[in-house]
Design a protein around this ligand. Sequence first.
Ligand code: HEM
Length: 204
Amino acid sequence: MNGWRLVGTLSLLLGAMALYLMASHGWDIEGVRLAIRAAARTSLVLFALAFTASAMVELLPSDATRWQRRNRRYLGVSFAVSHFIHLGAILALATLDRELFWKLTNVTTIVLAGAAYLFIAAMTATSFDRTAAWLGPRKWRLLHLIGGWYIWISFAVAVGKRVPLDSFYWPMAVLVLAIAAVRLLAMTRRNRRRAVLSDPRAPA
Ligand code: HEM
């Protein structure tokens, strides 16, 4: 599956997952918390796929990684859908139980993680041919580079602070670190290849 059809299918599945988790707990606070956590996890997987798409082709060219790169934009938009479900469930929690909401979060998190949502909104809005052309390739690349790393840092902080509380978060932490390793490794390899190609002593 490819393109906007992929976005549509994943959005339906993500929405159904959140509704199912809340309904199966009788729409109580526990169900809302499950939906918040499940959406954060699907967001991490989709972000990993979108953010490493080009790097994976550089490091491990194959049909699977070429599919990933071809669908990078659509995986990115699906990540945004998943993460706005995270936000929607957080708003439901804040409405249903304000005291618990402030126990689980604080103003600093809201400001810093809120900025991640501004990046997600701006990156999604510029994920269409017309809006990307309006922004121009240089600014588009800068927005998606800075935004991507800001979202990565947000995951690193959100997962990192939970690791000491529960070993369950270790696999998520490994995934967060692997995302950065893949990007940096691919960048190093690309730069080395460019340096070799521009070396005047290189054989023609
Ligand atoms: C205003 C912004 C945000 C608020 C108020 C918020 C709030 C929360 C809360 C309350 C939880 C814990 C739910 C529970 O234990 O029941 C949570 C979990 C989490 N959030 Fe957010 N969040 C925000 C944005 C973000 C962003 C931008 C990211 C990453 C890019 C993120 C990643 C996570 C992760 C990884 C978890 C842990 C999920 C798990 O337990 O597996 N959040 N968030």
